[in-house]
Design a protein around this ligand. Structure first.
Ligand SMILES: Cc1cc2nc3c(=O)[nH]c(=O)nc-3n(C[C@H](O)[C@H](O)[C@H](O)COP(=O)(O)OP(=O)(O)OC[C@H]3O[C@@H](n4cnc5c(N)ncnc54)[C@H](O)[C@@H]3O)c2cc1C
Length: 462
């Protein structure tokens, strides 16, 4: 039932500009009930969408099969925040979201009794390497005025003596006869001083869920969606495993690596030009050598030369993830619940030894630790933020291993997209544009269309 909620909640300051359509904040009155939205998935993306819809006057119910916010992909996220993308639109998402991460309390507008996730600025050294199109990425950073500094191998050595800027790529597997080959030279790169990570990804999702709840959203836990309900060619809600229905005029699929199952239930995949599939992902954790801790010179590193990314982590460790180099097998899973429970010995070996070649003082422990989870990828590793052929059914999926950082502004963009389309705008023929209030740059949502021509460059993860 519609309840009157305080108008102009704290998030109202997030009002963005538009091209071609009017703002979508709703003025609820007792005679016109608020439109209803069901968000499936309480990960970082679903919680952010729920918050922004609630702020705009929607009556939001979030359903999740888990028991807490952020218990899917989000819980395993390395939560790195960086701005180098080979397309402008994702750089806008990251930079707009960064402005919200660094003023997280202000963005939320409420104080979560569970505590506040915090932004840890480590900087990010992006090494040159064959998986990177440096001039393309720097061009977009120039356009947005994102600061960076080009560095030579000598400067890298001076700033991070623990790191060896040798050219050792392209990435190979440990069993490859070339894995231990001598370097073929040295590499430079560039540094983004504002990059860093969010210290607790699950807490960040909790913060958003709490703020959404304070704006009027309702959360239903341990509630698995088993059917998408239709009324003709429009969605009318979702059915839960327990038998109850959540009636809603809008349903948002924010189910992360489980999103394909929901789209199949909804029968909307007919006009998608890219598939989405769940992949198993591992991030390993090793003790940091001297000079590469959070407080003694460690930095985030993108290593497109040797196929990894890594960063120092609280507690004196380094976490290492994969760039999905061509030699590394992509593990696709039909059901994201079927991923391994601990890192595979092969992955542990290749990631720890790749790191050891970059950080020669690294001691690789016998005890293997890390996390295994899943995320869903598209064919070009660019997410889909869009409507679908089923009226009222929207998707925020295919986050492809690098959209944790973007979640704050994805929430804004999805809420604006939904408001515009439900207000009668034809997004397929005239894509909605949302202006970022920090960058002043227009985010072209047509770029994330389900019907896009698959982009040529594959995005890098994290
Ligand atoms: C190992 C790893 C490292 C990463 N590192 C980074 C990084 O450094 N930087 C970065 O920006 N991004 C990173 N990412 C990507 C980022 O974490 C994801 O893009 C993001 O967390 C996706 O959030 P989500 O809300 O879409 O999905 P999820 O967090 O998976 O949430 C989906 C939710 O939907 C629920 N659900 C699914 N199906 C149903 C159903 N039928 N009924 C009810 N509920 C359902 C699930 O329970 C889950 O809670 C990483 C991801 C992984 C896995």
């Amino acid at each position: 039932m519609f309840q009157m909620r305080p108008w102009a909640p704290p998030g109202a300051s997030d009002l963005v500009g538009y091209r071609d359509h009017t703002p979508t904040f709703l003025e609820p009155t007792l005679s016109t009930p608020a439109p209803t939205a069901a968000v499936v998935g309480a990960g970082i993306i679903g919680c952010s969408i729920a918050l922004e819809l609630s702020r705009r006057g929607w009556d939001v119910t979030v359903v999740d099969k888990g028991s807490t916010p952020g218990c899917g992909s989000t819980s395993a996220s390395s939560a790195m925040v960086r701005f180098n993308y080979d397309n402008l639109q994702e750089a806008v998402l990251a930079w707009e979201s960064y402005a919200r991460w660094v003023e997280w309390g202000k963005h939320l507008g409420v104080e979560d009794p569970a505590g506040l996730a915090t932004y840890v600025r480590t900087g990010l050294l992006v090494l040159d390497g064959e998986l990177l199109d440096r001039s393309l990425e720097l061009g977009h950073m120039d356009t947005l005025g994102i600061p960076y500094e080009s560095v030579t191998a000598a400067q890298i050595r001076e700033q991070h003596p623990a790191l060896d800027p040798a050219r050792i790529g392209p990435a190979t597997r440990v069993e490859d006869e070339h894995f231990w080959d001598d370097p073929t030279g040295e590499i430079g790169g560039f540094v983004q001083h504002d990059s860093g990570f969010v210290n607790d990804a699950t807490l960040a999702a909790h913060n958003l869920a709490y703020a959404a709840e304070q704006s009027g959203a309702t959360f239903r836990w341990r509630s698995q969606v088993v059917e998408v309900l239709r009324d003709g060619n429009s969605v009318s809600g979702v059915r839960l495993a327990e038998g109850a229905n959540v009636n809603a005029s809008v349903v948002v699929n924010a189910a992360g690596p489980w999103s394909v199952a929901l789209n199949t239930m909804a029968g909307v995949l007919d006009d998608f030009s890219t598939s989405t599939r769940a992949t198993e992902q591992e991030v390993i954790s090793v003790p940091a050598p001297a000079g590469f801790n959070l407080d003694d010179g460690g930095t985030g590193v993108h290593d497109p030369d040797f196929g990894t990314y890594f960063r120092p982590h609280p507690g004196g460790t380094i976490i290492v993830g994969s760039f999905e180099a061509p030699c590394d097998p992509l593990i696709l899973v039909d059901d994201a619940d079927d991923v391994r429970t601990s890192p595979s010995p092969e992955n542990w070996e290749v990631q720890s030894l790749r790191l050891a070649r970059r950080l020669p003082d690294l001691h690789v422990p016998g005890q293997k630790s890390g996390v295994v989870s899943a995320y869903d990828i598209t064919d070009d590793w660019i997410p889909i933020y869009d409507k679908t052929s089923l009226g009222g059914y929207y998707v925020a999926i295919g986050t492809s291993g690098h959209q944790f950082k973007a979640a704050p502004f994805v929430g804004v963009a999805m809420a604006e997209l939904i408001g515009a389309v439900e207000g009668g705008h034809d997004h397929d023929s005239d894509p909605v544009v949302v202006r970022g209030k920090y960058t002043g740059v227009d985010l072209e949502l047509g770029f994330f269309s389900r019907r896009r021509e698959v982009h040529l460059h594959r995005q890098l993860v994290d």
